[in-house]
Design a protein around this ligand. Sequence first.
Ligand SMILES: CC(C)(COP(=O)(O)OP(=O)(O)OC[C@H]1O[C@@H](n2cnc3c(N)ncnc32)[C@H](O)[C@@H]1OP(=O)(O)O)[C@@H](O)C(=O)NCCC(=O)NCCS
Length: 219
Amino acid sequence: MSRLTAPTRRAARRAPSRVSVRPYRRSDDAGLSAVCLATADEGRDGSALYARPSLPGEVYALPYVRFEPDLCLVVDDGTREGGVSGYVLGTSDTAAFEDWATRAWWPGVRSRHPVADQEPGSADARLAALAASPQPTARAVVEAYPAHLHVDLMPHVQGQGLGRRLLEGFMQHAHGAGAAGVHLGVSTGNERAVGFYERLGFEVLERTERALLMGRLLP
Ligand SMILES: CC(C)(COP(=O)(O)OP(=O)(O)OC[C@H]1O[C@@H](n2cnc3c(N)ncnc32)[C@H](O)[C@@H]1OP(=O)(O)O)[C@@H](O)C(=O)NCCC(=O)NCCS
């Protein structure tokens, strides 16, 4: 058994010094989309799945930084796509975000990516359908866990404590903005992410064949 304490272990596997965690800026959008695509297949590279490579970012990343940019933290390795190699983003108020997106975000995605233009059964078709008829999150979930988030890191910055830093930063901001809890969705096939979320204090709220809904009260 290791004699190192948990904080010492965390410090020992700290990311190289040129990697930093910083607030989002508008010039990060292309980098956010690139990371979103590169992790879109249950945490692995999704670029072979999408004929429209911008779609995952348009659904899972960019609406959040339009609505609540202060909640987004970026991992910057100083090299790739303007340095963006990971992020956490989301909202402190899912109900308000969903109202805003229905009016101000999904119509644009629908017009850029009509369902009828997608290959039936494809990953593009699935996301175009989400934009065409967005489903509100269940009221009981939103009331107890009003915030929700997405966190994605490129492989070269995984396993170095950055996911924990991003999530803790997000949860602190969301709690400061008044959220009493946070929820998220994860594919059942993404066992690594499920273990990570459990380690960070999330528990399973709902389970379907393909996905888990997980939540954690704040702080
Ligand atoms: C999932 C992900 C965000 C985790 O981030 P990470 O930087 O690799 O994780 P960290 O190094 O910060 O780990 C934080 C803690 O979780 C623990 N942990 C990580 N994965 C774990 C697992 N599968 N099971 C149990 N514990 C795990 C670590 O040991 C660490 O513990 P400690 O800080 O208490 O010592 C990252 O690997 C990732 O982006 N993967 C690809 C994209 C993805 O799947 N995103 C989630 C989509 S829902």
